[in-house]
Structure formats: C-alpha cells, structure tokens
Design a binder for this molecule. Structure first.
Ligand code: SF4
Ligand code: SF4
Length: 274
C-alpha cells in the first residue's frame, strides 16, 4: 500500500469495526469509540509521513489517555487484564473484552505490538523518562516475571468468583485504580534502576503473554532491505526494545519485542527500512 494511503486505510478499518459492532449490538458507543481511535491513529500516521517527531506521542496521549481516563476512571470499566478476565467470565461483551480482542489478541496478527508503541497508557508515561535508549543489555531471566503477573491476574479474578465476592463491579474498578498506580510506580522505578524506559514492558507486563506470540506473525513490520543496509549498527543502538533491527527475518533476535516505534528507520543513514 502506498504510504500516503495508510492514514485513510487506518481510519476506514477502525470505522468499519465500529460500524460492525454498532450494527451487531445496537450500541452507538462502538462507532464513536472506534471512530475516535481511528481518527487519532490516522492523524499519527499522517504526522509520521510528514516526519513529525510527535506522531507517536499524539496517538499515545490521544488514545491511551482516553482509555485510561474516559473509559476506565470515568466510565468505571476495568480496561486492564483483570477486567478482561472478569467480563469474559461474566459473559459480558464489554469494552475491555473488545479492546483485548482487537488490540492484543487478533490485531497483532496485522499490526504486531503497535499497541505498545502507539497507544498503551502505561508506556505513554514511561516514554517521557530519560532512558529512551537502554543503557544496559537485556536481563533474559527477568522475563519470567511476566508469566507470574499473568497467573496472578487470572488467579485474582478466579478467586473473586470462587469465593462469591460481593460488589464485583466495585472491586474491579478499585483494582483498576490500584493496578494502574502500581504499574506506574514499578515501571518508573525499574526504568531508573535498569536505566531503560521500557524495562517494565520487557520483564513485567503480563499483556505481553498475549502480544508476543501473535506479533511474530505480524503483517506490518519494520524491515531493513539487505541491499541497502551497510551494517553500521545505528538502528540497533537506538532500538528501545533491543531488537536485531537490521535483520529482516522474523526469527531475528528479540523479534517479538518490536513495538513499531520506527526509531530504527529514523536512525538509518541509507534509508534501508521499509
Ligand atoms: S508491554 Fe505492556 S506496558 Fe509496555 S507498552 Fe506493551 S502493553 Fe504497555
Ligand atoms: S526501533 Fe525498530 S526494531 Fe526497534 S522496536 Fe522500534 S520499530 Fe521495532
């Protein structure tokens, strides 16, 4: 697809999802919700085409904060992993379930971990910290923590159901507030301790248990053309996720960590990335 058509495609795709959900559920909310996200995404892509350094930030703040503040805090819907389990087990087809299906389970086959680079409200704050380029090598053993967090989240919601807890909606909303506060605190502390803004994403975030395997097959990828690459290593030095960016193979080192931020392409002196 021609680069200039991508913003139009993004807007049309999200409008189509919103329209389909509106027709299926009768709730106008879905059209407005996906329309809003589509507008910000296409605006970000437009800014990217114009080489604006704010392209990603606009989408992160526009989409991420909308979900955190409007859907979560104001709408009292738990948009975190616990919310996904809760609405799923309750048989409720609510925003959190749809959000997970679109952004984190089915969507990554198309746009990989675009969520992480362009919309996550946790990372939107972490990206403001001073260690955009990691100062230390990865710590492979620490990645096991994400599976523990995933199990903890699932176990917490299952326990609420099994114990017959009252006011589950209230508990979910409270856990959304506490969970987010903890994520920010741990994310910021880890960024400073490991001198790496995205340390939380690499080791702790439980959502990556969904995202990583799906993103391996992603249709949208940053790939260096071998005939243009001069192996200067600049793309890999700026990559916030330690991806072997110059290698176009799906099996490249840390392949499932790519968040489609585009920093590799910006840094490439021969414009090798497509
Ligand atoms: S890894 Fe988790 S915290 Fe990091 S950007 Fe992705 S969803 Fe957000
Ligand atoms: S710098 Fe390139 S390889 Fe690294 S996460 Fe961003 S888009 Fe992916």
């Amino acid at each position: 697809m021609k680069g200039k058509l991508r913003p139009v495609f993004a807007l049309a795709l999200f409008a189509a999802i919103g329209l389909a959900l509106w027709r299926a559920t009768g709730k106008l909310f879905y059209l407005m919700n996906f329309g809003y996200i589509g507008v910000f995404l296409s605006l970000g892509l437009l800014l990217m085409i114009r080489k604006s350094q704010y392209a990603r930030r606009v989408v992160q703040l526009g989409v991420g904060l909308y979900m955190l503040a409007w859907l979560g805090l104001f709408g009292r819907e738990n948009m975190q992993l616990e919310g996904f389990w809760y609405y799923l087990f309750s048989g409720l087809f609510q925003a959190a379930v749809i959000h997970y299906l679109v952004a984190k389970i089915a969507g990554p086959f198309l746009f990989g971990r675009g969520w992480c680079g362009w919309a996550c409200w946790t990372a939107a704050v972490l990206d403001f910290l001073p260690y955009k380029i990691p100062r230390n090598p990865r710590k492979p053993g620490l990645g096991a923590a994400r599976y523990a967090m995933f199990a903890l989240s699932l176990g917490f919601v299952l326990a609420l159901f099994l114990l017959g807890a009252h006011d589950l909606e209230g508990i979910m909303w409270l856990s959304f507030i506490i969970g987010n506060a903890l994520y920010y605190a741990v994310g910021i502390a880890m960024a400073f301790a490991l001198k790496d803004n995205r340390a939380f994403c690499k080791y702790i975030c439980p959502i990556t248990v969904f995202l990583k395997p799906m993103s391996y097959f992603s249709l949208v990828r940053f790939k260096a053309k071998p005939d243009r690459c001069v192996h200067c290593g600049k793309c890999e030095r700026v990559c916030p996720m330690n991806v072997e960016a110059s290698n176009p193979a799906r099996s490249r080192r840390n392949a499932t960590e790519c968040i489609l931020c585009g920093e590799c392409a910006k840094a490439c002196p021969t414009k090798a990335f497509s």
